[in-house]
Design a protein around this ligand. Structure first.
Ligand code: GDP
Ligand code: ZN
Length: 457
């Protein structure tokens, strides 16, 4: 397709050694030729995918010393001519060059527009394009690897194969509808059911992998609760392996809610240290009872910390009641001190919870905690093809809709409904699967997906 020429700063908008301005479209090469010359003001030719050294000129004035890479269509990220100008990483040279490129006729790119062009030009399908954003946002190595797998087309392959199988099935059904009297091999209800069941199983497998996939992609929101001074901030710090939250001997000093990402065996835990019940009261004051309830209830995981050197207090008992029906792990901390806590009572009240004894000071029990969190969330064994986890909610929803349509098609076939009736459900499943790769997706959804991208990608 022939689009206009777009440009953007593609590196992070912060100081760095190098900044990159990207230009894509039919005038990318011409614009670059006009502004890029040698030190003696001679024009320079670009070699495909090679860095060329020179200067950016605004008329006769040198703006910056740069390296320029040209990538000719169709073998570029967008399938169009792309030029990337590597300049000094400050905001001044970046903005100057960007302004110059705009003056020469390029248009400011929308967020994600380069990747959108890669999609519209057929280089990436929609699920692959989406994985580009997942790569950028990945919180752990594991999340990154999953996104890389998806960018490589592993999900697309599965989807395309299933859609091909559906096409074949639909063709067989169509023949049976069109030529019912004639002497051709008609597909039987039994055969349709068998084929649909195979497809249904595959779709369900993929949809089910979404629960884990989403955890690796989006992380788990985790709240650490417990009275002041039991060791919540200390715990967060050991887990972070560097001091971010303020650790103090004065009860209730960690005042603000701190949000950090932890990496527990590849699972990103978005962790919130509430600084104890006392600060929880502050939260209530600040954001209101309903909102704060929402805040706790929204947590995917609660880590409840107790001080084993003190007897249980009313506050502890209140929290115990609260977490009974939540996904929670109990930590009995400060085991290096003399024990006073009523362990039996804890075991009785929270009998189905994982209870771990720790001494954070001595780094005792931390490994066990990490393992237990992982097992609890991911559930013991992990399958071989774990890299095929579906992680994007949009994909999971589409798979669920496809599985429902297949289920209806199977039921209709069992009920010996007319073939053209069954065909409708099968066609629906086909279209839902196509939403994942972007084959059958509506343009406003595509627009929405790319609008979430960062500028210059
Ligand atoms: P928070 O108020 O729950 O966040 O508690 P902090 O993490 O601020 O810890 C309160 C105090 O307990 C600090 O002085 C910590 O050093 C100390 N502490 C934390 N864990 C342990 C532990 O396992 N053993 C002992 N003896 N002290 C600990
Ligand atoms: Zn604290």
């Amino acid at each position: 397709m022939n689009f206009d020429t777009i440009t953007a700063i593609s590196t992070a908008q912060a100081e760095g050694a190098i900044g990159i301005i990207r230009i894509s479209g039919k005038n990318a090469i011409n614009i670059s030729r006009e502004i890029f010359r040698s030190k003696t003001n001679k024009s320079i030719d670009f070699e495909n995918k090679k860095l060329t050294y020179g200067y950016i000129y605004d008329e006769a004035i040198i703006i910056d010393e740069v390296l320029v890479a040209a990538m000719y269509a169709p073998n570029s990220y967008t399938c169009e001519d792309i030029v990337e100008i590597n300049c000094h990483g400050g905001i001044v040279p970046l903005k100057r060059i960007l302004k110059l490129v705009l003056k020469k006729g390029a248009r400011m790119a929308e967020p994600g527009e380069f990747t959108k062009r890669a999609f519209l030009n057929g280089r990436l399908d929609l699920s692959q394009a989406e994985s580009v954003m997942d790569l950028i946002n990945a919180k752990t190595n594991k999340s990154f690897d999953l996104a890389l797998e998806q960018l490589g087309g592993s999900l697309s392959e599965d989807i395309n194969l299933m859609r091909k199988n559906i096409e074949e099935l639909m063709a067989q059904i169509a023949v049976s509808i069109d030529y019912p009297e004639e002497d051709i091999e008609e597909i039987t209800y039994g055969e349709i059911i068998n084929k649909l069941k195979l497809l249904f199983d595959k779709v369900i497998d993929l949809a089910n992998s979404g629960e884990k996939g989403k955890i690796f992609r989006d992380g788990l929101s985790t709240v650490i609760i417990g009275k002041p001074n039991v060791g919540k901030s200390s715990l967060m710090n050991v887990l972070l392996k560097e001091s971010r939250a303020i650790v103090t001997d004065v009860p209730g000093t960690t005042r603000d809610i701190i949000e950090e990402y932890l990496n527990i065996e590849g699972i990103p835990l978005k962790i919130v240290d509430t600084a104890g019940i006392r600060d929880t009261d502050d939260i209530v004051e600040k954001i209101g009872v309903e909102k704060s309830k929402e805040f706790f209830n929204k947590a995917d995981l609660v880590i409840f910390v107790l001080n084993s050197s003190e007897k249980l207090s009313d506050e502890d008992r209140e929290i115990m009641k609260y977490i009974v029906d939540k996904k929670a792990i109990v930590i009995i901390n400060k085991t290096d001190l003399k024990q006073a806590i009523e362990e039996d009572e804890i075991n009785n009240t929270l009998h189905d919870k994982i209870i771990i004894k720790t001494s954070i000071t001595n780094k005792f029990g931390i490994d066990k905690l990490e393992k237990e969190i992982y097992n609890m969330i991911i559930g013991g064994t992990i399958k071989e093809n774990e890299s095929k986890l579906v992680s994007n909610t949009r994909h999971i929803n589409a798979l669920e809709k496809a599985s429902n349509s297949l289920k209806e098609a199977i039921q209709a076939t069992k009920d010996r409904m007319p073939y053209d009736f069954i065909e409708v459900d099968i066609k629906n499943a086909y279209n839902y699967l196509g939403e994942i790769t972007g084959e059958t997706v509506e343009t406003d959804i595509v627009k929405k997906i790319f609008s979430n991208f960062c500028l210059g990608k």
